[in-house]
Design a binder for this molecule. Sequence first.
Ligand code: KG4
Ligand code: ZN
Length: 336
Amino acid sequence: MNFLALETSCDETSAAVFTDEPRILSNVVASQNDLHARFGGVVPEIASRAHLRNILPVIDEALAKANVSLAGIGCVAVHNTPGLVGALLIGVSAAKALAGTLGVPLIAVNHVHSHIYACRLAAGRDIFPCVGLVVSGGHTSLFRCDSALSLTLLGGTRDDAAGEAFDKVAAILGLGFPGGPAVEREAAGGNPKAFAFPRAFQHDTRLEFSFSGLKTAVLYACHGQNVAKATPPPAGQTRQDLAASFQAAVVDVLVQKCKQALRQAGLSRLAVGGGVTANTVLRSRLQEMCDRERVELVIPPMSLCTDNAAMAALAVEKWRLNEFAPDDLDAEPNFQ
Ligand code: KG4
Ligand code: ZN
């Protein structure tokens, strides 16, 4: 049985074809980075319009790469929550139209839960129970995952997501968009101890995050208390030190909270997904912590960490339980 899945929650238009094993046959992603770069962040209206332009060509390409025709699709899956409502609507509308026309079932999948399922796909075997961390431009959430479909939220961010903080700090430092890779490159030449930036909740038993104070601390370190004067961003070694010190603060709290979640949940496997896992310092620090704690770490390859439709193979688990979406399925922007 072949599934066709769609992802349009933010600024990537993606379609994937996979089997009920699940085995991925294709995973096509059209990025909109170029469209949003000059605004320093994702502009929802532009994202929706780009999804509308991209969705049909992306579906065609996913089917062609999988060598499957529409007639060979037995089920349609879509991420309908959470995300930008206008962006989600494009995927949901296309999925409903396809499922209705083909006369096949429709399955609604939670995008954040799919980020954890990407770890299951990458491992090629059962990874549950585990602690799951989703760390992306929109989310910083820790879960207890008893199975692919039973996820309990242990804690999340009170304000900015970790990736959003990377993007905003990149803008403060004049490093462009998307900010994560640019900050990491800049940080490579810097001293992570040069600036003592705040690490919110680090010594707190609550599994919560806050990155907005850190972002403001970087802003003040750049421009002094009189931010309104808008001095040009620092350059050279100072900018490298700011990037490295900021990155160290984010990585410290992410690693610390994962360690606490593992100990509190009494689990010995950690699954991590989302775009920020591209960060090599985060990856190596997580690996060190897991080695010390005798915990297995599962991080998918980048193609499954950043937003994509293949991770919606979580739909296969719902299909096995006959958990189909209603005909009036809607986009739900807020986390369910
Ligand atoms: O998962 P993703 O592709 O989209 C969302 O669902 O948000 O994640 C994108 C986020 C962006 O905020 C980007 O700056 C961040 O992941 N990111 C990174 C790195 N590469 C991407 N953050 C830190 N270091 C990186 N190397
Ligand atoms: Zn995502």
